[in-house]
Design a protein around this ligand. Structure first.
Ligand code: GDP
Ligand code: IMO
Ligand code: MG
Length: 432
């Protein structure tokens, strides 16, 4: 079984970093396919905690190779900083272990300035972006004025691309962030950014060679399917296909070479930034989920909005991502609630619906239809076998599985690598 994709099924932060790190033990190559430094993937190894933004979560396994695919948007200073921080913590990162696609687009200082300016000007209608320049960078890519990482190799080529990119930006940013559109300043930064040149590679060929050689390739999704620009809660989404659709375009690997897709879903919902969230709990229960789950953004530190599991929204993601199996994370956080609710449908304008409306305003008007399940008091973080879970926890998992339309292959009950419970014989690599 040479390839497995890991995709978030909600609004991000489902625990993809932890799951990818755990799966890397059985992989040869780990490849990020989309998003940028808006992602914050946490991996806990022993007492150490790492938050990865651009570097794949496989990097903490010293003998594994990692790839930043062409679909990722890369802030060169951000990546250099991340590599340096990893090195300072004793993680070997060299071009032998990490390849950066020459087709990945660069997030430039003017993208970050534009992101912040647009959010500021939008006032009450802002999206609540991470401010990492993601939207403007993908906009430039689509508008065909983006800059490939490969352009770092050649100063003249970089300068030509920069000229094209800056054409309409001075008007917008000249007064508010002149340094971000100053060609001399940007060209001066190139000296620093060129430290990334040794990492540049034809990652399409590299990943195909690995697949042809029968190596195990793990694809690491960023964000979550409900933040997908096409199929998520538009316009409150990120600017790329965060669902499975982004994988093929973002790596050059066709769909028939992706053997299995593992969805990662939290046992409740969280969301950072703005946008509809039908099961949000702006009360003590929501605050309890936030405190117990330590729900604060790994990238921005913002408190995450919390609510009960929304099976309508999560099932939508399962469907369009072609999920073979699910890892249900943070089940331990639900210990101590006397009852647990799960949204199984929505009520909208007097009707009960079981699918997610496309329009954000309609979704915001949806009232969840809940089923209430019994909670359990016992902590479960050290449980290693499903049979040892409290009966109510097992019932919860069985209920979710039956309504989700995908097998729950793994339960995650803590931050550590080993806090994973395998359900049944088959692991995520091997199938049902
Ligand atoms: P990602 O963006 O999907 O990689 O997720 P984040 O790292 O942003 O957020 C997930 C948070 O939950 C991190 O702090 C993880 O260390 C933590 N985490 C992951 N799985 C579990 C789990 O099963 N239980 C608990 N309590 N924490 C978890
Ligand atoms: P990981 O990979 C959670 C959200 C932002 C905002 C919206 C648009 O850690 O799961 P952007 O900066 O992308 O233009 O912001 O998307 N968002 C995330 N939320 N986890 C993420 O990544 C996210 N990446 C973007 O909060 O609502
Ligand atoms: Mg995250």
């Amino acid at each position: 079984m040479p390839s497995l994709a890991v995709v978030g099924l909600q609004w991000g932060d489902e625990g993809k970093g932890k799951v990818v790190d755990a799966l890397t033990a059985e992989a040869d190559l780990v490849c990020r396919y989309g998003g940028g430094a808006n992602a914050g993937h946490t991996v806990c190894v022993g007492s150490e905690r790492f938050v990865l933004h651009l570097v794949p979560s496989g990097i903490l396994h010293p003998d594994k190779r990692c790839v930043i695919g062409n679909g990722v948007v890369v802030d060169p200073d951000g990546l250099l900083g991340e590599l340096q921080a990893l090195r300072e913590r004793g993680i070997a990162v060299s071009p032998e272990r990490l390849a950066l696609s020459e087709r990945a687009h660069l997030v430039m200082p003017y993208h970050v300035a534009l992101d912040r300016l647009r959010e500021e000007r939008a006032g009450a209608q802002r999206l609540g972006t991470t401010g990492r320049g993601i939207g403007p960078c993908y906009t430039d890519k689509t508008a065909r004025v983006g800059i490939h990482a490969g352009a770092l190799r050649d100063r003249a080529r970089f300068e030509r691309r920069l000229q094209a990119a800056l054409r309409d930006k001075a008007e917008l940013l000249g007064r508010v962030a002149p340094e971000a559109v100053d060609p001399a300043r940007l060209l001066a930064a190139l000296d620093r950014w060129q430290q990334l040149v040794p990492y540049l590679a034809d990652t399409v060929a590299l990943v195909h060679q690995a697949l042809d050689a029968g190596e195990r390739v793990l694809f690491e999704g960023a964000q979550g399917a409900l933040l997908d620009v096409d199929l998520g809660t538009y316009p409150y989404v990120t600017s790329c296909n965060a669902g499975i659709g982004g994988l093929c375009a973002g790596t050059g690997v066709p769909p028939n070479r992706v053997d299995r897709v593992l969805g990662v879903a939290k046992a409740y919902m969280t969301r950072v930034g703005r946008g509809p969230m039908p099961t949000e709990l702006p009360d003590r229960t929501g605050a309890a989920l936030r405190e117990r789950g330590e729900e604060y953004g790994a990238t921005t530190g913002r408190p995450r909005r919390c609510g009960w599991l929304d099976l309508v929204a999560t099932r939508h993601a399962v469907r369009f991502c072609g999920i073979d199996a699910v890892c249900l994370t943070k089940l331990d956080v639900l210990s101590g609630f006397s009852e647990i609710r799960v949204a199984v449908a929505y009520r909208l304008g007097g009707r009960v619906i079981e699918t997610m409306p496309a329009d954000a305003e309609e979704l915001a008007a949806c009232e969840p239809v809940y089923e209430t399940l019994a909670g359990w008091a016992e902590p479960i973080a050290e449980v290693t076998r499903e049979e040892e879970l409290p009966p109510a926890a097992r019932d919860y998992v069985a209920f979710v599985e039956a309504r989700l339309g995908a097998r729950i292959a793994w339960l995650s009950v803590g931050r550590r690598r080993d806090q994973l419970i395998c359900r049944g014989e088959a692991g995520p690599w091997t199938g049902a």
